[in-house]
Design a protein around this ligand. Sequence first.
Ligand SMILES: Cc1cc2nc3c(=O)[nH]c(=O)nc-3n(C[C@H](O)[C@H](O)[C@H](O)COP(=O)(O)OP(=O)(O)OC[C@H]3O[C@@H](n4cnc5c(N)ncnc54)[C@H](O)[C@@H]3O)c2cc1C
Length: 491
Amino acid sequence: MTPPPSSIAILGGGTAGWMAACLMAKAWPQARITVIESPDIGIVGVGEGSTPQLKALFDALGLAEADWMPAADATYKAGIAFHGWSDDTPAYFHPFAGQIDLHTQGAFFASTRARRHGADVPAHPDRFFLNARLAEAGRAPIAPAHFPFRIGYGYHFDAHKVGHVLRDAAVARGVVHLPRRVHDVVVDTAGQVVALTLDEGDALHAELFVDASGFASAIAQQALGVPFRSFANTLFADRAVVMPTPRQAALPVQTKATALSAGWAWGIPLTSRTGNGYVYASRYLSSDAAETELRRHLGLLDADVAARHLSMKVGRVETSWTANCLAIGLAQGFIEPLEATALHIVQATIEGFIGAYQAGSRDAFNAAIARRYDGIRDYIVAHYRLNRRSGPFWRDVAANDDLSDDLKAIMTAWFTGGDVAAVVEGRGLAGYYAPMSWEVLLAGYGTFPDATRLRTAPPVADLAAIDTLLSGCLLNFPDHQAALDGHRRMP
Ligand SMILES: Cc1cc2nc3c(=O)[nH]c(=O)nc-3n(C[C@H](O)[C@H](O)[C@H](O)COP(=O)(O)OP(=O)(O)OC[C@H]3O[C@@H](n4cnc5c(N)ncnc54)[C@H](O)[C@@H]3O)c2cc1C
């Protein structure tokens, strides 16, 4: 076993840097940990949606929702509503999975399979899952103590404010915060990072370095020359334009992802405002045209609201752990934010690294992280590849056959009436996206035989019983606003 590092320098005070600081300070309380960040450079500040894993992080750090959520203008998230991705099925909901779904997903799988085999049976995913009902009813996915099933949920939050929450938690654990700019990275002849050179000639030495410097990737890609594997062959979107609007009166418990002409727009409800952005492919749309399209989508064509434009480098480093440096966050890679997976990968990387560091299992760790990236990428690629929309961008992404073997195998199983769950599980992909998520996507897009070719058939699922179960469950959950107000009332 390798002993824990005695000193750690984390370059970057974005969400990734502070997550690393919190988790490493918890795992290695004896280590001297410094987070160095340049206030002049700032953070990207746009990651506003999470997966359920973030709850595990806050729980592990002992941060109660009643404390951190009001501080970060946060709301609950039961899943993502997809609008306009297919002409056949105008909208569907991708729910975060919970234990109650085990009672309905068999019926869903049987229904999608029957429909793929030509039976005209209901197979829209929203009929089958509790979180879709919670979203429709605007109820918070917070199960009361007497409700016997665990419910999966994530959050929406202000990225700057959640960063401050994590910074305060890290500093409370003894992490040193150094607001300075790094000018150079000193690497020795053996390829080990020795120090970060600061302005005024100071240097910060450490045994272990964490590169959380954002898209700059100042240590991993710039100083160590770690190769970058681009995903541009399958994920065409490389820009985003961002624009806030006032908060919605009734706060949804869902992110809204609406397909537009060359990408998609997000709508993320916070208690202070709504976060909006348009992720698009610059090969198909200029930044001016994208801004105009987003303004039109938001009803802001004539409004005096400033837009922020961002470039995105989509892909991942070959190895997240190289020499004595761990790359995390945007310095490590980025998959466009359609399923809000970036912080989830950051968390998985840090937690995996903490175990692997002491075990000395660098190669296995790097392979596992690369595989996680690729597994998540495939799920995002499927959203584009399976679209049924018109227009040059959508036609080109639907025609793109430069797909991984895993994605081809899942699509083949679906379109030949096979067992998607068996393929996802057999290929070891369920840890990235479970069979339920794959089937929700495929059924949500309406990728079934043409309606004129379906034959009349009795339902294979007892939909009335599912309705009774889910509407009974729904009664246990509080109104979203009431749940958020409850945080503020707590001492
Ligand atoms: C359009 C878009 C939408 C996104 N949406 C989501 C989402 O919904 N959900 C999600 O999970 N993620 C999302 N992400 C990703 C998310 O924003 C990032 O993963 C997350 O914010 C972590 O960023 P970071 O900490 O790696 O980098 P940054 O926030 O860019 O932080 C980099 C840090 O490095 C410091 N730094 C850089 N160079 C130097 C230097 N030379 N000296 C000193 N300091 C330096 C900066 O000051 C800063 O503190 C989105 C990203 C984009 C681009």
